[in-house]
Design a protein around this ligand. Sequence first.
Ligand code: BG6
Length: 345
Amino acid sequence: MIEKPFGYDLASARKLNSDLLEVFDESQIFRIDHYLGKETVQNLLALRFANALFEPVWNRNYVDSVQITAAEDIGIEGRAGYYEGAGALRDLVQNHMLQLLALLTIEPPASFEANRLRDEKVKVLEAIVPPRVRDVRSMALRAQYGPGVVGGERVPGYRQEEGVAPDSRTETYAALRLEVSNWRWAGVPFYLRTGKRLSRKVTDIAVTLKPVPHLALQTSGSVGVQPNEIILTVQPDEGVSVSLGAKIPGSRMRIRPVIMEFRYGTSFMSESPEAYERLILDAMRGDATLFTRNDEIEALWGIIDPILTAWQEDRNSPIREYPAGSAGPAAAEALLDGGRKWRRL
Ligand code: BG6
């Protein structure tokens, strides 16, 4: 079993794969991504493939855009030695966030057998065209937290943390815009953001549908009609919510969004096992469904590599700063096009 990070770029991941495969068979290797052990992440597959309701709209004809957020309020928790050489892109995007994106966008597998599911993930990851190094500036943004207040406490900025170089260029925040270039998803923007020392911890996926094609309601009634949103909350308050337009009671036809919710805490009384408990048990049983295969790891790094290169090559432009405890750098808004906005944290 190998804990992440598996390599620090595409070349090192390939080397590690080939070294391992000289000694072990792929079926004996379990590359951990603990997000795959989370109940709510697996529930993404249940939501999509155990319901007839969502799959018909799960494509470019109905989906306007997707936002995936992995916000943390904690800092680097004394892990400067690791984090300085990693940064948010390697630490969270290359693995956890791209896994969420893959499960959200894969084609229905014929079965949940390890290789069938992973075949589908590799296919969709390979459909995410890696940016050209020169285009990175327009599709990715990095920043570092400065001093601020989190949960009522003053906290230092990243460069003031113990073990961090005072001129460090390691990002603690990353935001990207990606596209899945296949028949199902072409043209739908996928926006990803993650950061340390943001205002709160939340991991969620928001799928926003396109607006209705025609509004037959009077102008005043139509003001509250918003596109439907399906929100999958990975943590905390694990669950799924769907926003619907509903009539406000009264004699006029006025609409406002209401929320239909499923919460793990109220629907199921049992405690879920910790992600690592589940994964370690699966590995002992030899079930690799929730582990990352060698070609998958390389597909993941392939998406990230040009961004790492572009950021490494840019040694001069100042690193953006956001105050600890905030929603991240204001400049991240510019990644969203078509009048879209990041959801409030
Ligand atoms: C780890 C990262 O993989 O995931 C940490 O190395 C991060 O930096 C953690 O804090 C987040 O995991 P979770 O389960 O708390 O969302």
